[in-house]
Design a protein around this ligand. Sequence first.
Ligand SMILES: Nc1ncnc2c1ncn2[C@@H]1O[C@H](COP(=O)(O)OP(=O)(O)OP(=O)(O)O)[C@@H](O)[C@H]1O
Ligand SMILES: O=P(O)(O)OC[C@H]1O[C@H](OP(=O)(O)OP(=O)(O)O)[C@H](O)[C@@H]1O
Ligand SMILES: [Mg+2]
Length: 285
Amino acid sequence: MNKIRIAIQKSGRLNEDSLALLKDSGISIDNGKDQLKASSPNFPMEVFYLRNGDIPQYLRDGVVDIAIIGENVLVEKGEDIEIAEKLGFSKCRVSMAVPKGQSYKSMADLSGKRIATSYPNTVNSFLEKNGIEADLHIITGSVEIAPNIGLADAIVDIVSSGSTLFKNNLKEVEVLLKSEAVLAVSPGIKPETREILEQLRFRIRSVLKAQQSKYVLMNAPNDKLDRILELLPGMRSPTVLPLAEEGWSSVHTVINKDTFWEVIDELKRAGAEGILVCPIEKMVL
Ligand SMILES: Nc1ncnc2c1ncn2[C@@H]1O[C@H](COP(=O)(O)OP(=O)(O)OP(=O)(O)O)[C@@H](O)[C@H]1O
Ligand SMILES: O=P(O)(O)OC[C@H]1O[C@H](OP(=O)(O)OP(=O)(O)O)[C@H](O)[C@@H]1O
Ligand SMILES: [Mg+2]
């Protein structure tokens, strides 16, 4: 039987969330991650545990059909590789930082400077785009230490909370790109394997959509229903059912979690009572 081969980071920041996404998509994976290869008993999938940084090459060579990988790694090493889905986790940015005490007014201040980074292609295209010439020092890790040991005047590395920059007395001065985990596709994927990819994407979208939404139930006096319904989006329109108590209805709907608190406050003001909020496991649209 045809199977889709997926690369997942072997260990590191993407590993756990990638496996959780497969699990939430109803895909079980046999045997632990000490094996470099595993298969699913309930979905036509083989999992390869690989280094994040090696994955673009494996995709290009067709060793795997798809992968869960940081978008920033594709920008650095796999501009030619298709992104099928953004996955919403491992959000970070790739940024330029300089010592806190160093004055920085514009990009021109980078001219002729030594920049340490693990992302040379990303930095070079940023410098070229802005017409700046600078020296690159390529190092594979602990980049933030470089200015403190006199190795560089600036760095380009991943920033998330900013605490690593803060601890190393650096300030972020330019954001080169924003990144999150993505589902990437090998240019050599076969048409019959693409069908399996489409099944997987359908499941993933249902999981991600559900994570974005809450199911909300409330009681509403009938004379205030019009105003309450105006406030609710719903997948089509909200469900309204009569309550046993005369003059009252039960209203059910789905609310996006980002606007959730605003909507709830307005619903209370409009007269809704007994508001229940439930997580949604899957949302099939
Ligand atoms: N601090 C962070 N916050 C959020 N996401 C991050 C952070 N650091 C890295 N990432 C994202 O997670 C991905 C994996 O990072 P991680 O540090 O686990 O791996 P790595 O050391 O770059 O890769 P490899 O698997 O090749 O050893 C990065 O490519 C980036 O997209
Ligand atoms: O802005 P922050 O929240 O501090 O995150 C940024 C740091 O996280 C990453 O390192 P990681 O912890 O993955 O260690 P690594 O260098 O060993 O990959 C990245 O290389 C930065 O150093
Ligand atoms: Mg890291």
